[in-house]
Design a protein around this ligand. Structure first.
Ligand code: ADP
Ligand code: MG
Length: 903
């Protein structure tokens, strides 16, 4: 506990994990276990059964965000002594295969390295609320190195980013834990961190003692596998971040051999950049209410038709960073089209995908020297399913290897699918699958689990009784002491039968194993004949040969008949236990045979472990292929999900190309539409044409008529297209968008004492500072949180800047209809509006269809009335509006005459 000061220490004692001293006091109530004391000792302790480790780790690591040091028992190979050592420190970002890990999301650990010189020191005196905006451009553009990895899959990435985009990068990666160096945190840490909004994620400080590039694990990883990229292209800051990450992980795993994939260097120009405001505003990964949990209403939720866990994770990462490569996007769309056209192929594929297990995490387990017989079986099933997928493609795709293909013209869809399936390689994996199939006895494995489960059920009550037991036995642990007494109670004077041998491997798994089994069987035969012999000799038909803990090898006879005379003759020494109805005694021959049987049994167990070790080794040999196959399955899974969605919601294939056009005919909002339809309402589709003719659309219209929905739907359609998904429209043509920015109705950041207007301006600054001519900007009602004059002025300035400086595609919704007049000379700006139609009497309805023109009325009062504002208040508002509508009367509306109205 002294050595690992920042950790909760869990010590393994027999079949329990225990906490001591103040930690027992503090965590017992949090873990809902009882705190106990040893007799004559003031030492507090608390514990839980070892097989429930995952459950308690979840509370400690995930819920309480503690670091947990696991102190395990190390059994010496040569003597019977047990040593204890901390083998691993578990933190929110360093999980391997814990059962509580979210299977649908990567578990990333992210390291950040800031540039060395005190380049951000000038920030320290800036008042809090102004940090982000006050960062001068020179600071915003400072390079920052980031590296992140998921230990459960081995995925490892680095990227060179800037101060300005760091917080968006963090939002995109969504790490469970962030690592920074002491110096970085001390020098410019807390200020920068709070301005980056990282504080909602646990940040761990770590002293990186090793130099960056010379750090061994980094250079080893670099050599690990040949990558297309030139390894020297990693920038020093990225390497610093990478080695900080590795050094931290190394310490957490206490030098355990972690097999990671070689780092992949991400470059910002490879994917569409979606900043954190946009991610939130468009509800890509989660709704605004619940953050990033992929909840209902989010794009992720709508798209998530994937049937495998790793497929879901891939989908999430695609949504967070849509592609900028035409080749990639086209290939993905090709495959989706193929699956839309060929439903039966898609459905057959899905059936097979469902049979796979989480291959990436599974394979990584083996890479780390873990993986048990169950994992081998899961792997076997996954390989079988992969082979079935490959077979499906062979049947459904024309052969491409011959130049003289007589299957007619090859469609691009077929070509893309062919390329994808060609990445599946089965030679090694198939042999591995056969080896597993011939080695593991699935029946036996299941039987073994049933027995284990039974044992656990026995353990449970004893663990819960722990606190009440005030006279615990001595020994290393009161818990295990208690356990023994329970175990005894369960078999009062009874004996444990030993004829329940369960083997998890087939006896043919190795020649040695076969041999051992034969010997074992021969001994069993000897036991049978010894039993018969003794029954005869002692005239005791119920005699059986057994072993019990405490007594050892015994002969057991039912019935209280006196056997003294016969026993004397057959060299039986003495009774070791007699009850009213049974008696047990030793016999030298059974002693000898019994220990030989036990020896043989132990031999089989040892050999089984050896065979399992070999199998694990074989998995590791096939690691690269298995990972690659897994990646293909993931992509197929996402493509099938996209195709199924396309069919269900009549999506169409977008045309994605270079250039600055954005032509959407009959576009719909993917999530709002579904929501409306669930209420039995219809969604009105809208067109959007941005590009050479009209670069900016100025959208006006009444409240509640669909301006915001229109803006967002076009952003979402662009994102969907670049993910490689079909889109909700009749026709869509999209020139690659490098960044999407949205400035949408604000979520107040009150806990950071930033006013609505401040937040709005900060987001505006981000857009105007970062957008390029290839970007797509969405501005929704900017300039609201201030006076109308200031609002108009700021809105105009934004429009002006976007139109003349940045020259990017822009959708701009506003209630300031004066802007239409002010921008009349903007040649490439179009005005569009939504409207309402009057119904009979006071009633009206919204026209959600956009039409050219400007709507000068926001119809705010009707919406107010609709929302239930009292009639009198609405009437007052109407009168004020009337006065305001005639500015010639007075500069300020004269409200004196209105006072009478209220009374
Ligand atoms: P605005 O921004 O103009 O105030 P919103 O975009 O917030 O309006 O839309 C308000 C509501 O109108 C939405 O919640 C939705 O229920 C409905 N709506 C918006 N667009 C459409 C549409 N195209 N078709 C049908 N209903 C729509
Ligand atoms: Mg709106």
């Amino acid at each position: 506990m002294l050595k690992h000061k920042d950790c909760v220490l869990l010590t393994k004692v027999g079949s329990f994990y225990e906490l001591y001293f103040h930690q027992a006091k503090k965590y017992a109530p949090l873990l809902n276990i009882k705190e106990a004391k040893r007799p004559n000792s003031a030492v507090s302790m608390a514990g839980f059964p070892a097989h429930q480790l995952d459950r308690f780790l979840k509370i400690l690591v995930q819920d309480l965000q503690e670091h947990v040091a696991l102190c395990e028992e190390i059994r010496s190979e040569f003597s019977d002594t047990i040593d204890r050592r901390v083998t691993r420190i578990i933190t929110p970002g360093t999980l391997i295969d814990e059962k509580f890990m979210d299977p649908l999301e990567n578990s990333f650990l992210l390291a950040i390295r800031l540039p060395a010189e005190g380049s951000t020191k000038n920030l320290v005196d800036v008042p809090r609320a102004f940090e982000e905006v006050a960062m001068p451009a020179s600071v915003l553009e400072k390079p920052v190195g980031i590296a992140w990895l998921d230990i459960s899959t081995g995925d490892f990435f680095t990227q060179l980013t800037t101060f300005g985009s760091l917080s968006s990068d963090v939002a995109r990666v969504g790490p469970r834990e962030i690592v920074m160096t002491d110096e970085d945190v001390q020098e410019n840490g807390s200020k920068v961190l709070s301005s980056l909004e990282l504080h909602q994620r646990p940040i761990t400080r770590h002293k990186d003692t090793k130099g960056s590039a010379s750090f061994k694990p980094w250079s080893q990883l670099q050599r690990g596998e040949v990558r297309e990229e030139d390894p020297t292209s990693f920038k020093p800051l990225e390497m610093d971040a990478g080695s900080l990450l590795l050094s931290y992980v190394n310490e957490r795993f206490q030098g355990m051999n972690l097999s990671l994939q070689p780092p992949v260097r991400l470059q910002s120009q490879q994917s569409m950049i979606i900043d954190k405001n946009t991610m939130r505003a468009l509800e890509l990964l989660g709704t605004s209410k619940e953050g990033l949990g992929g909840g209902k209403g989010s794009l992720l939720h709508t798209l998530r038709g994937t049937v495998t866990k790793s497929g879901s994770r891939l989908l999430r990462s695609w949504i967070a960073s849509p592609s900028m490569s035409l080749e990639t996007i086209t290939a993905r769309l090709d495959i989706v089209s193929r699956f839309v056209d060929d439903r039966s192929l898609r459905e057959e594929l899905t059936v097979n995908l469902k049979r796979t297990f989480d291959s990436q995490r599974l394979v990584q387990k083996f890479a780390m020297g873990r993986g048990d017989a169950d994992d081998l079986v899961s792997l076997l099933k996954t390989i079988d399913a992969t082979a079935e997928v490959a077979h499906l493609f062979r049947r459904n795709l024309p052969s491409f290897d011959s130049h003289t293909s007589n299957h007619g013209p090859v469609t691009p869809s077929d070509q893309s699918l062919y390329k994808l399936q060609a990445r599946i390689s089965l030679d090694g994996p198939k042999a591995l699958a056969d080896l597993i199939r011939h080695s593991i006895d699935e029946e036996g494995l299941m039987q073994a689990h049933r027995i284990e489960d039974g044992d656990r059920a026995d353990l449970l009550p004893s663990a819960q009784d722990i606190g009440q037991n005030d006279a615990p036995s001595e020994g290393p642990s009161i818990l295990s002491g208690l356990l023994k007494s329970k175990a005894k109670k369960k078999f009062p004077g009874e004996v444990i039968s030993d004829d329940q041998d369960v083997w998890i491997l087939r006896r043919t798994a190795s020649p040695e194993l076969e041999d051992l089994h034969q010997k074992f069987e021969a001994l069993q035969m000897e036991k049978v004949s010894l039993t018969h012999g003794l029954r005869e000799e002692l005239k005791a038909d119920s005699l059986s040969l057994r072993w019990t803990p405490g007594l050892g090898y015994i002969c057991h006879v039912k019935g209280a008949r006196d056997l003294s005379s016969t026993m004397q003759r057959s060299s039986v020494t003495r009774d070791v236990r007699t009850t009213k109805s049974t008696r047990s005694f030793h016999h030298p021959e059974w002693d000898k045979l019994g220990s030989r049987i036990d020896g043989a049994r132990k031999g089989i167990r040892v050999e089984e472990q050896q065979v399992l070790r070999n199998l694990r080794g074989q998995v590791v040999t096939n690691l690269v292929q298995l990972r690659r196959n897994g990646a293909v399955l993931d992509e197929l899974d996402v493509a099938c999900a996209f195709a199924a969605l396309a069919e269900a919601q009549s999506l169409i294939r977008p045309v994605v190309k270079d250039g600055g056009e954005l032509n959407i005919v009959g576009g719909r909002h993917p999530t709002v539409k579904v929501g409306l339809e669930e209420q039995g309402r219809a969604f009105v589709s809208n067109d959007c044409h941005l590009g050479r003719k009209e670069r900016v659309w100025l959208v006006t219209g009444p409240n509640m008529a669909g301006k915001s929905t229109f803006l967002r739907q076009n952003a979402l359609i662009s994102i969907l297209a670049q993910i490689g998904c079909f889109v909700p429209a009749e026709h869509a043509e999209i020139g690659l968008v490098d960044q999407i920015f949205t400035r949408v109705g604000s979520a107040d950041n009150l806990f950071r004492d930033q006013s609505t207007f401040m937040v709005e301006m900060m987001e505006t600054a981000t857009i105007l500072n970062n957008a390029t001519s290839r970007s797509f900007v969405i501005m929704d009602e900017i300039g609201r949180g201030t006076t109308p004059e200031d609002g108009v002025a700021i809105s105009f300035a934004c429009l002006h800047h976007l139109y003349y400086r940045i020259r990017c595609r822009t959708l701009f919704a506003t209630h300031f209809h004066r802007l239409a007049d002010m921008t009349a000379h903007f040649e490439h700006l179009g005005c569009y509006c939504t409207d309402i139609v009057e119904g009979p009497g006071e009633s009206f309805s919204f026209v959600h269809r956009l039409k050219p023109g400007v709507n000068k009325s926001s119809h705010a009062l009707r919406v107010a009335a609709l929302a239930g504002v009292p009639e009198a208040a609405v009437e007052t508002a109407r009168n004020v509006l009337e006065t305001l509508g005639h500015p010639s009367k007075t500069e300020l509306p004269d409200t004196a005459h209105l006072q009478g109205l209220a009374t």
